[in-house]
Design a protein around this ligand. Structure first.
Ligand code: MLT
Length: 237
């Protein structure tokens, strides 16, 4: 299932074919809009949103959403490398709906975290201020990154997330802000799943907000506005 939020043409990507190959993921990188005051000086971006699409989506899906969430952030948007049924990009393999291939998930989580770390050097963004924004399958791999590679992310916005895996040892998530938005009638990322995941994050010391929407698995405008508000409040702190 892919996000229903956007499908307008994306802004131009600044990356060449060589960069795409070097980083190993088909992706978009959208620098933050130019700040007139810093013209002539090399811009160091304050925040980067890593946009992670749902099953069947691609690197263009969440660009508009990312820009809406934060008009000043850099956007990094990779395409999941697993092709389900030969046609639907995902970030890791599943064996059935809600049944994940955990070995593949671990491998893909590390691969994606390495990509984000490497991209911070190539595009000169601050690796200490990276927030994942994921929907469905994208939210699940973002949750997995928090659990297995917590240093890659400062925080995350997770729309319709499930428990991707339970690590042998919980990471230290203190100082990480995690915003979860879940659907009360979601038959896939169920209420029980969302509560278990937020419980895991809390146990690991994360600063977790779990918001409920009167919806199913689909993304709604309320999800987006709540997430935007959370980001604004986080930035004001
Ligand atoms: C999906 O359709 O993407 C699932 O609900 C979530 C997943 O498989 O990761």
């Amino acid at each position: 299932m892919s996000s229903s939020y956007s499908s307008r043409p994306p802004p131009p990507s600044s990356s060449s074919d060589k960069t795409q190959r070097q980083l190993g993921f088909v992706h978009r990188f959208v620098p933050p809009p130019k700040d007139k005051d810093s013209e002539g000086t090399k811009q160091r971006t304050a925040k980067t949103l890593v946009l992670l699409h749902g099953t069947g989506g691609n690197e263009d899906d969440l660009l508009q959403l990312g820009r809406h969430l934060d008009p000043k952030a850099a956007l990094l948007s990779p395409r999941g490398k697993v092709l389900e049924g030969g046609v639907m990009p995902r970030f890791f393999r599943r064996l059935a709906e809600g049944v994940f291939d955990v070995e593949d998930l671990k491998f893909r989580t590390n691969e994606l975290a390495d990509f984000v770390d490497e991209a911070s050097k190539v595009y000169s963004f601050d690796a200490r201020n990276v927030i994942a924004v994921g929907y469905s399958n994208g939210a699940n791999i973002a949750a997995s990154m928090l659990l297995l590679r917590p240093r890659t992310l400062t925080g995350a916005i997770l729309f319709r997330a499930m428990v991707p895996l339970v690590p042998d040892k919980l990471p230290d998530l203190s100082g990480k802000g995690i915003f979860m938005s879940s659907g009360l009638q979601d038959p896939i990322a169920t209420r029980q799943q969302a509560e278990r995941l937020s419980g895991l994050f809390k146990q690991a010391g994360g600063n977790v907000i779990l918001e409920w929407q009167d919806s199913g698995h689909e993304l709604t405008q309320d999800d987006i506005e709540c997430a935007k508000q959370w980001l604004l409040e986080r930035d004001a702190r």
